[in-house]
Design a protein around this ligand. Sequence first.
Ligand SMILES: [Ca+2]
Ligand SMILES: [Ca+2]
Length: 212
Amino acid sequence: MTCVSRLLVLLSTLQVNSIVNTNGQFNGNLPSLDLKYATEVLLQKQKYHCYYSWIATGKDQRLKALQNSTNELKSLLFSTPLFYRNKTYVISKFSHKDSDEAMAYCQAFGGYLAEVDDYREFKELQQFFMSSSVEEMALIAGSNAANGETWRFQRTGVALPFESWGRGEPNNEYGIEKCLCLWRIKDGNMNDITCDFRDDKARFMCELPDSN
Ligand SMILES: [Ca+2]
Ligand SMILES: [Ca+2]
């Protein structure tokens, strides 16, 4: 896959048009970033790198240019990252349509919804979440949609190795809460929530391979 087609896949995955209005601004109560313009600039830069610099520069430089553009886009979409145990964690600056869309965003950057594998990782992510500016919740990996009981990572199907529920959770309110988030009013502990929970203040957290 060429660098241009890779970036096009990335941009289509991100569904940039679905989260910006006709003026290229974020819809609703979202950061005032001109994301559409920014991504168009990135795309143009990528085309330049691919079509004009391809012969003149080395492979490593081209890959570095693509990585820089990807990182530029990442910093527009996500918070300042947390680095922990060779992983990078980021929280979106905007809300998602549903858990599938949140997963697509994470996958576009080579990652997945943050998976809590043990107590130490949970404490890191809980602190990261609670010290962020997120006002309500951040979706993380986990669903019990298969049988309504066992919570599993969507990516691997593995049962959650560690759970730390907020008081009174999981309560499966209205019988429709099949996804998992960290919730500020429960001190950053886990809460079951609908997979298509929509709120301008809803965010999601990705776990990405360390880019360094
Ligand atoms: Ca993990
Ligand atoms: Ca709940």
